[in-house]
Design a protein around this ligand. Sequence first.
Ligand SMILES: Nc1ncnc2c1ncn2[C@@H]1O[C@H](COP(=O)(O)OP(=O)(O)OP(=O)(O)O)[C@@H](O)[C@H]1O
Ligand SMILES: Nc1nc2c(ncn2[C@H]2C[C@H](O)[C@@H](COP(=O)(O)OP(=O)(O)O)O2)c(=O)[nH]1
Length: 251
Amino acid sequence: MCPGGAGGARPGRLTRVPPRSAPVPVPAMASKLLRAVVLGPPGSGKGTVCERIARRFGLQHLSSGQFLRESLGGGGEAGALAQQYLERGLLVPDHVITRLMMAELEKRREQHWLLDGFPRTLGQAKALDGICQLDLVISLNIPFETLKDRLSARWVHPASGRVYNMDFNPPHTQGVDDLTGEPLVQREDDRPEAVAARLRKYKDAAKPVMELYKSRGILHSFSGTETNKIWPYVYTLLSSRIPPVLPEEEH
Ligand SMILES: Nc1ncnc2c1ncn2[C@@H]1O[C@H](COP(=O)(O)OP(=O)(O)OP(=O)(O)O)[C@@H](O)[C@H]1O
Ligand SMILES: Nc1nc2c(ncn2[C@H]2C[C@H](O)[C@@H](COP(=O)(O)OP(=O)(O)O)O2)c(=O)[nH]1
């Protein structure tokens, strides 16, 4: 586990994806802090599962994609560099994303955390090894057709990263964010024609990362077509490592 550092956790810029209602904070008083990662292709439900874990277990949910999208407008050097890659649907170079993520994780040395979207390459996994020892890696295996259907029905609230799906978790009012009333948008790269290429790229980069974590005995894979069916198993796994602050059933 990563050791806790001196001094309290400072607020940082890394996205703590806002859940639909405020999570119950867990004081990081345990001597061991949970370090977890959720892996899975675009549309596999990483964001959905992470948001549930964050709420039930009081973890910080850190999404690299959402963080990058937010950094773009910040005027910083890293944000400007990242923008060129995001616009082309390419992975941001390891040294750029790694620097950003390491800086943010350093600010959260005293909190339990859960990463979504990072590490995505072997280079990133090795950089993460340099600052902590992961306890748990959750991998979501979802069939391709299901991914395509989900992404084409995904709508997001850009400012907060809140995600809706017209079948699974629709907003109260069509096209509008539940909390702010602001309009929802569809991501360009969620178009069916963009999805196949994204999935191929994901697989190539993720394979060695999965093999690394499997060889360490910390990889837990969950397969299925419905998040609600996978969720109880994920909840049980997490419960074996950290006490829940909310019961499983409360979605
Ligand atoms: N770990 C990372 N390494 C390199 N680039 C990243 C990383 N995380 C995010 N990005 C960049 O940010 C973009 C958006 O990331 P995000 O995780 O939101 O989307 P995705 O993985 O393409 O899809 P999904 O959110 O559906 O899983 C990626 O296309 C990539 O350009
Ligand atoms: N129909 C259906 N849709 C689901 C299910 N689980 C998640 N979704 C939706 C929510 C999103 O709109 C979309 C992708 O989920 P996400 O959590 O954004 O995935 P990810 O891209 O972060 O991995 O699919 C599910 O089990 N069924």
